[in-house]
Design a protein around this ligand. Structure first.
Ligand SMILES: Cc1cc2nc3c(=O)[nH]c(=O)nc-3n(C[C@H](O)[C@H](O)[C@H](O)COP(=O)(O)OP(=O)(O)OC[C@H]3O[C@@H](n4cnc5c(N)ncnc54)[C@H](O)[C@@H]3O)c2cc1C
Length: 264
C-alpha cells in the first residue's frame, strides 16, 4: 500500500495585536507588524504529524504568500513535515478567497497524489473560514470542518473525523481524497525537532512555484480572479466593562440600579 500523502495549508499572518486598518483604503496596514504561522494551521500540522507518527506517511506544506514565508515553512519542516511548496508571484497579490483557493488547488493538482488536505479553521487576519470549503469545491473533494481529531482508514479508503456539537460530539466519515479543517486549539503543537533543524533550515529546498509553474489562468488569480469588494469599514463598539459602585440602603441601591438599567 503506498504511503499516505497529506498536505497542510499554512498561512503566514501578521500578529493580530500589531495590525492596523487604513480607514481610507480599507486595507490592512501590515508594515511593521511581525508575522507568525496562523495558529490553527499549527493545530492542522500537529494533527498530520500525529497521524504520521502512528501510521507513517508523508506531509507536504503549502503556502501562498511573499518570499519571506519560506522561513516559516522551514519551521514546519523542522517540526516533522517532509516537503514545502511556496506559491509566490506578484500576480497572486490581492487574492480574495476565490483566487486563493484556485491557486492552492492548482498546486494540489500539480503535486498530484495528496489524499488528505488539512487546513486551519480560519486565519487570524482575513478570518473568513472560506478557504477550506472553497478548496474542496475546486478539487471536488468531500469536506469536514472544525475537526478535533482524525483517523485514517487506508483499508476502507476513508477518513473519520470527530468534532464537537452542542452537548456532545459527532463522528463523520468521508471517502479519500478529502479536505478537512482543524478546530483552533484541537491539540498542542509540538516544538521543532532540533535534530531536524539543520536539514530544515540549511540542507533542504523549499519548492517555489509561480503562476506559470502552476499553469494558472490569469483571470482566476490575484486581483482579476477576486470578485470580493470591501464596501464599508466601521470601528466595532467598545466592549469595555464599567464598574459603578452604588451607595445607600438596599431600596435606595435598587432604585439607582433600575434607573441605570433603564437609561442604557
Ligand atoms: C474583505 C477582505 C478583503 C481582502 N483584501 C485583500 C487584499 O486586498 N489583498 C490581499 O492580499 N489580501 C486581501 N484579503 C485577504 C485574503 O482574502 C486572504 O488572505 C485569503 O483569501 C485567505 O482568506 P482568509 O484569510 O479568510 O482564510 P480562511 O478561510 O479564514 O483560512 C482558513 C485556512 O485556509 C488556509 N489558508 C488561507 N490562506 C492561505 C494561504 N495564502 N496559503 C496557504 N493556506 C492558506 C489556512 O490553513 C487557514 O487556516 C482580504 C480579505 C478579506 C476578508
Amino acid at each position: 500500500m503506498p504511503d499516505l500523502h497529506m498536505a497542510v495549508c499554512m498561512k503566514v499572518v501578521p500578529k493580530p495585536e500589531e495590525i492596523r486598518v487604513d480607514p481610507e483604503t480599507r486595507t490592512l496596514l501590515r508594515e511593521g507588524a511581525r508575522s507568525e504561522i496562523n495558529p490553527p494551521d499549527m493545530n492542522a500540522l500537529e494533527m498530520a504529524l500525529s497521524i504520521k507518527d502512528e501510521a507513517g506517511g508523508r506531509i507536504s506544506l503549502i503556502s501562498m504568500g511573499p518570499p519571506f514565508v519560506e522561513e516559516y515553512l522551514r519551521v514546519g519542516l523542522a517540526m516533522g513535515a517532509d516537503d514545502a511548496y511556496l506559491l509566490t508571484d506578484r500576480a497572486f497579490a490581492g487574492a480574495d478567497t476565490l483566487a486563493t483557493t484556485y491557486t492552492l488547488a492548482q498546486c494540489l493538482h500539480k503535486i498530484g497524489d495528496v489524499e488528505v488536505v488539512l487546513l486551519g479553521e480560519e486565519s487570524s487576519d482575513g478570518a473568513t473560514g472560506q478557504v477550506p470549503p472553497g478548496l474542496a469545491e475546486w478539487m471536488d473533494y468531500p469536506l469536514i470542518t472544525l475537526l478535533r481529531s482524525l483517523e485514517i482508514d487506508k483499508e476502507q479508503n476513508v477518513l473519520r473525523g470527530r468534532r464537537n456539537v452542542d452537548g456532545g460530539y459527532e463522528i463523520l466519515e468521508v471517502p479519500l481524497p478529502a479536505v478537512i479543517s482543524v478546530a483552533t486549539a484541537a491539540n498542542e503543537p509540538r516544538f521543532m525537532d532540533f535534530e531536524r533543524k539543520g536539514w530544515a533550515f540549511e540542507d533542504t529546498q523549499v519548492t517555489m512555484w509561480d503562476a506559470q509553474d502552476l499553469s494558472a489562468e490569469s483571470q482566476f488569480i490575484g486581483i482579476p480572479g477576486s470578485p470580493t469588494i470591501v464596501t464599508g469599514l466601521e470601528q466595532a463598539a467598545s466592549q469595555e466593562r464599567k464598574n459603578i459602585f452604588l451607595d445607600g440602603g438596599a431600596s435606595e441601591i435598587a432604585d439607582q440600579l433600575v434607573k441605570i438599567l433603564r437609561s442604557n
